[in-house]
Design a protein around this ligand. Structure first.
Ligand SMILES: Nc1nc2c(ncn2[C@@H]2O[C@H](COP(=O)(O)OP(=O)(O)OP(=O)(O)O)[C@@H](O)[C@H]2O)c(=O)[nH]1
Ligand SMILES: [Mg+2]
Length: 341
């Protein structure tokens, strides 16, 4: 996995689900108060209240600070991840909420310090009790004020945690094509990844990663959700993931074509999808004809005529036909590129 993303995922401190949850934990910290006794009732009360406010402040302010500062800074992320996040969360809302959470942490610290001074100066037990109550009252209302922000930050964090384990620094092959043509079946053949394969379209809904290991290192293979023939700006969220991968991290595209049309999409349709893919990427696009086990010579001829293409691979992802050949060509392609660099 990309070291950076893995580290960011690991260091995140999740925002509490609700502000009441955090408040209750804070009160618990206070209950752990010391059993130390003072010279008299007033002093004992003072010692215990001071301990209570200190530990509750430390806990709540510390937690909020960690939630805010240990969450990813969106500007530091690779645009690929930023765009993936934008599918499900509003980045601007997240940024302003993370900063509000941080401000709340500072405010609680300040309030805590203020009440500590008041408690230290007080000469009356009932006043100390009132200060403690006030401290919790004010903290509670600060937490209530950031209730929505806590859930915005948490929602972002959960989305971030679920980002695919993609290493943007590895050479990357994107497996793309219309739905149901055999993209996931091919990833299963080329790598140890086990994406779901079903006899109907729209099975793959996420970007799925596999690896091709070779002498000089690793090549990353990414299976994508099926693409439809629709304008880029009208793509639904699932399809957008494929577009984002193609746009930001593709070094080579395997465009899978089903010449038998058993996928449910005609060759004319698949050709239009290919044109969309070509409009997104600047890297090479290899055409891979799948389902060789059931494709007749006339299917292949029909494909050649429609696509006007003479260079392509013919494989069967399901039966494992020509997979090694394709694998070796991919490795060779990247080895040659490395040699050139
Ligand atoms: N006969 C035959 N069927 C295949 C071959 N490869 C895949 N299939 C079948 O095609 C169907 C779709 O396969 P998937 O690998 O799920 O296709 P996909 O392109 O990932 O589909 P989406 O994720 O829905 O876009 C399944 O029923 C597979 O068994 C093949 O080489 N020959
Ligand atoms: Mg699939």
């Amino acid at each position: 996995m990309c070291a950076e993303i893995a580290r960011l995922k690991q260091q995140m401190v999740f925002a509490p689900k609700t502000s009441s949850e955090l408040f209750e934990q804070m009160v618990k910290q206070c209950r752990k108060r010391t059993t130390k006794k003072g010279a008299n009732k007033l002093e004992t009360r003072r010692i215990r209240t001071l301990e209570c406010i200190k530990s509750a402040t430390r806990f709540a302010a510390g937690k909020l600070k960690n939630v805010a500062l240990k969450s990813p800074f969106v500007e530091d992320l690779h645009p690929f991840f930023r765009e993936l996040l934008e599918i499900s969360v509003n980045i601007e809302d997240y940024k302003s909420c993370a900063s509000r959470v941080y401000s709340a942490s500072k405010l609680i610290n300040r309030i805590g310090r203020g009440y500590i001074i008041k408690v230290k100066r007080s000469q009356k037990t009932d006043e100390i009790v009132r200060f403690e109550r006030e401290f919790f009252g004010r903290t509670y209302s600060i937490l209530k004020d950031i209730e929505d922000c806590l859930s915005t930050v948490r929602n972002f964090q959960v989305t971030f945690q679920n980002l695919p384990d993609i290493d943007v620094s590895l050479p990357t092959v994107i497996i793309a094509g219309a739905p149901n043509v055999g993209k996931s079946s091919l990833l299963r053949r080329l790598s140890r990844a086990k994406p779901e394969v079903k006899p109907y379209p729209f099975t793959t809904k996420e970007l799925i990663v596999g690896h091709l290991e070779h002498l000089l290192g690793k090549i990353q293979l990414i299976d994508t959700p099926g693409l439809l023939d629709s304008p880029l700006e009208e793509k639904k969220n699932v399809e957008r993931k494929a577009v984002i991968a193609l746009k930001h991290i593709s070094n080579l595209v395997l465009f899978i074509v089903d010449p038998t049309e058993t996928c449910g999409f005609s060759l004319d349709y698949q050709k239009k999808v290919l044109e969309t893919v070509r409009s997104i990427v600047s890297c090479d696009v290899w055409i891979v004809l799948n389902k060789a086990d059931i494709a007749s010579p006339s299917h292949v001829e029909n494909f050649k005529k429609k696509f006007n293409i003479n260079e392509f691979f013919i494989i069967s992802a399901e039966k494992g036909v020509n997979i090694d050949k394709l694998k070796n060509e991919i490795i060779e392609y990247f080895q040659n590129r490395n040699a050139k660099i």
